[in-house]
Design a protein around this ligand. Structure first.
Ligand code: PMP
Length: 312
């Protein structure tokens, strides 16, 4: 990952140079993880650059902030315009988008109300999250010894930066033990999600994914996959999943803005099916990437044109 191309960062209503995109060391967020954020992407489609499901990402950001009693001093439309301005200011035809709403410099007690709501929007170029070959070849993952947060501890439906200390434990353990990613179980021992991805299985002729019951992020790619899978004629069920189903499923895959649709070829060194990407995963990838490239018509209205002027 490189930030060399990043020219401008949006901070509290102004586009500032990358080098000036700083926050004070006494900011509440730095001490207590008090920020809500998003991760969205701009794709270069055959009809020009377009942000994928930007309205849904903005909606989730406002929802996250609502849970944490943070009021964003802009309307969602203004926020969207600011995101599009930031992309254009950087001239990126393809990029990752990272809006962040955080508690800034105020009072360094736990009470967040005494610190202001500050906002930044960062964009940068980001390639394949789980490796260049992951999309075709699949990744090797483990079941983490770390659980995902239990319901009513850290609200999993809010995308808070603080939640990602748990994700970091899952990711570090996986990498240290030679895996690309870890799958966390919830506090009752059922399958939850990866450190930064939702999870799907193909089992018994159906596509299964854990429900929104307080241990997973309501992924926008998850919703995308549920929609395109149903439209392709598959049965999709949101249901609790036992750990051992990961080992006996025909196919397992991750979804996420960063991970897109990434097949999982082994779990704890046990091959998933024949140990390579399965036909359902491949079909869903085809539909998904077809939408993102513009080869398949966007009948869902998921693409927002960015109208970027490419840098020369
Ligand atoms: N779960 C977690 C913990 C995540 O961080 C992400 C990435 N935002 C996801 C799932 C996937 O969500 P989305 O498809 O909206 O990127």
């Amino acid at each position: 990952m490189s930030y060399e191309d990043v020219k401008k960062v949006w901070m509290n209503g102004r586009l500032v140079d990358f080098a000036d995109a700083r926050i004070h060391a006494f900011s509440h967020v730095f001490h207590y993880g008090s920020a809500m954020f998003e991760g969205a992407r701009v794709y270069k489609t055959r009809n020009g650059s377009a942000a994928f499901r930007l309205d849904e990402h903005i909606k989730r950001l406002y929802d996250s902030c609502k849970v944490y009693r943070m009021e964003i001093p802009y309307s969602p439309e203004e926020f969207k315009a600011a995101i599009l301005d930031t992309i254009r200011a950087n001239g990126f035809e393809e990029c990752y988008i990272r809006p962040l709403v955080y508690r800034g410099l105020g009072a360094l007690g736990v009470n967040p109300f005494k610190s202001p709501i500050d906002i930044l929007i960062a964009v940068w170029k980001w390639g394949k999250y789980l490796g260049d070959e992951a999309i075709d070849q699949g990744v090797d993952v483990c079941v983490s010894s770390w659980n995902r947060m239990a319901p009513n501890t850290f609200p999993a439906m809010a995308k808070a930066t603080g939640n990602y200390v748990n994700s970091a434990l899952i990711k570090m353990e996986a990498i240290t033990n030679g895996y690309t990613e870890g799958i966390a179980l919830d506090n009752s021992g059922r399958v939850s999600e990866g450190s930064g991805e939702n999870l799907f299985l193909v089992y018994g002729g159906r596509i299964l994914t854990p429900p929104l019951a307080g241990t997973i992020l309501p992924g926008i790619t998850r919703d995308t996959v549920i929609t395109i899978a149903r439209d392709a004629g598959y049965t999709v069920a949101e249901q609790q999943i036992a750990r051992e189903m990961l080992y006996i499923a025909d196919e397992v895959f991750f979804t996420g803005t960063a991970a897109e649709i990434t097949p999982i070829r082994s779990v704890d060194r046990i091959p998933v099916g024949p140990g390579r990407r399965g036909p359902v995963t491949e079909r869903l990838q085809k539909d998904f990437f077809g939408l993102l490239s513009g080869d398949i018509e966007d009948r869902y209205g998921w693409l927002t044109p960015v109208l970027v002027e490419a840098r020369v």
